[in-house]
Every structure is written in C-alpha cells, then in structure tokens.
Design a protein. Sequence first.
Length: 112
Amino acid sequence: AVVCCRVSPLQKAKVVELVRKGLGAMCLAIGDGANDVSMIQEADVGIGISGKEGLQAVMASDYAIAQFRFLSRLMLVHGRWAYVRTSELVLNYFHKNVVWLFVLFWFQFECG
C-alpha cells in the first residue's frame, strides 16, 4: 500500500505508474478532488469520492461512492460479486464451446 499526501497531481500519477510497471501489480486509486484525476486515470481501478472538493474525481473514476466509509463494502462485497460473476461467465463460455463442438462432431458422424 502506498499513501501519498501533500504531493502534486503529476507526482501522484507517477507513483501509480511506478507501482504498476515496477511491481506488475494491479493498482486502485482513491481520490476526492480535481488534483486526484490524473492518479485515478493512471490506475487500473479508480474510485472517486464525491464531497466538498467537487465532482471531477467522480467523473474520472470507474466507481463513485458518497463517503469514504462505503469503501469497505464496495471492495469486499461488490468486488467479490464481480469476481464470482466473471468466473461463472468464463465457465459458461467453456461449457458452451464444448456443447457446440459435440454437436458438430455428432452432425459430422450422422451425415458422413
């Protein structure tokens, strides 16, 4: 985890870029103002918090939340749901291809 305070917007974006490229890790950036927009756009997943500083971070982010305390629910509940749904989609895609392949082979043997 990296926490940056009192740095410029360009430095925030460069930190995210260094972590992404240097470690090869997926990055999540959280911001609440216009100075966080470049950091949010550079990250793999951006979360904007709507608040007193305006809606620029919310407009540039992938996910928007109203308060910082909603972050745990977003990551632990909705993140797991997204993971489960994606894995089920991939599994169904493989099953569909196996069934389609079986139908093609069966049709070929019946016609030949």
